[in-house]
Write a protein that binds this ligand. Structure first.
Ligand SMILES: NC(=O)C1=CN([C@@H]2O[C@H](COP(=O)(O)OP(=O)(O)OC[C@H]3O[C@@H](n4cnc5c(N)ncnc54)[C@H](OP(=O)(O)O)[C@@H]3O)[C@@H](O)[C@H]2O)C=CC1
Ligand SMILES: CC(C)(CO)C(=O)C(=O)O
Length: 299
């Protein structure tokens, strides 16, 4: 089986390295230097004390790429880069399946426009850190959940399964994405604003109150079926990743754009449609955009 992975960031490198055990993987990068590096040296995958070099082909993503030989294209760029990838996917064959692996919700609208018959949405519960263009650290072992978004179910993701890189097939893509969205909407912006590790959100009683207030607004907007279960999931992720910096905190520390638009921005759009007041989410959202704009967290 031939698989194309678009985006040589933390998740693109991680997924390419693990899928290469089961398939012929080509990584499509934005920069030529990275494609050359990966083609020449492979991907170095680090997990605890294990270091493994994996051979993976790599190319620069170009508009004349037709993706004709691939059964699956995995999209592993950030939410805000998806719009740049769409023109490439529009040219890919209709019979090639596409899997999106983003946090947040904005990609769902864009995915609807694609000509491909089969589209999957995925949620990555691993932690990954890109060290250099060809080195990735698997910093937290979790699972990857995959749900069919449209079309006939053509790929069994179980075939890519391994002990430390497991896949779980889900039935309801919306429920799967919303579960992750709620976790990211509470933890990521607050840890980034307060400049704390994930655990502090529940261990500091003042931050806990704000987290609960954000959650209550999320619940009002999304009308969560079982709010206690959703809240318990937020607490559980804070416990399990207590020492970690959230991705939004890291993005601000490194003066990069965050994914706040596709996380809180999505919630605010839904709130506006349903005419629900969400002052706390507005406050947090503007705080993140303000920090992004001033680049002040990096100092
Ligand atoms: N990292 C993690 O632990 C987790 C991440 N996720 C989600 O996975 C998604 C990807 O995140 P992550 O891998 O961390 O992000 P990164 O920022 O590490 O990687 C994004 C990659 O996309 C590449 N890219 C951007 N535009 C293009 C383009 N036009 N063509 C080809 N490549 C392009 C970038 O290239 P360049 O380097 O040249 O800019 C970069 O290598 C996000 O939605 C994130 O929320 C989910 C769970 C965990
Ligand atoms: C689960 C969590 C909050 C872990 O840090 C995450 O997905 C992120 O940081 O984006």
């Amino acid at each position: 089986m031939k698989i194309a992975v678009i985006g040589g960031g933390a998740i693109g490198l991680l997924v390419s390295a693990y899928l290469a055990d089961h398939a012929q993987v080509t990584l499509y990068t934005r920069r030529k230097e990275q494609a050359d590096q990966v083609r020449e040296h492979g991907i170095t995958l680090k997990r605890k004390k294990n270091v493994k070099k994996v051979k993976v082909d790599a190319k620069v993503l170009r508009l004349d790429e037709a993706f004709v030989h691939y059964e699956l294209i995995v999209v592993a760029v950030k939410q805000y880069s998806i719009k740049d990838i769409i023109p490439y996917l529009m040219k890919a064959p209709k019979h090639t399946s596409v899997l999106f692996l983003q946090n947040g919700m904005s990609h769902v609208t864009l995915a609807k426009r694609l000509p491909q018959r089969t589209i999957y949405l995925g949620v990555v519960e691993h932690g990954a850190m890109k060290e250099t263009d060809d080195v990735v650290t698997h910093s937290g072992v979790g699972i990857t959940r995959v749900a069919l978004f449209k079309g006939g179910d053509l790929i069994s993701f179980q075939r890519f399964h391994s002990d430390v890189f497991a896949f779980m097939q889900e039935n309801d893509w919306y429920e799967m994405l919303i579960q992750k969205l709620v976790v990211n909407a509470v933890i990521n912006p607050l840890t980034a604003l307060y400049r704390v590790n994930n655990g502090e959100i529940i261990h500091n009683s003042y931050f806990y109150k704000t987290a609960k207030a954000v959650f209550n607004e999320l619940h009002a907007v999304l009308r969560l079926k079982d709010p206690t279960a959703y809240w318990n999931r937020v607490v559980d992720v804070c416990e399990k990743t207590a020492q970690n910096h959230s991705s939004m905190r890291k993005d601000l520390q490194q003066q990069r754009k965050t994914e706040v638009e596709s996380i809180l921005g999505y919630i605010l759009e839904e709130a506006a449609k349903r005419q629900i007041n969400t002052p706390i989410i507005h406050f947090v959202y503007n705080g993140i955009l303000g920090l992004e704009d001033s680049g002040s967290e990096g100092r």
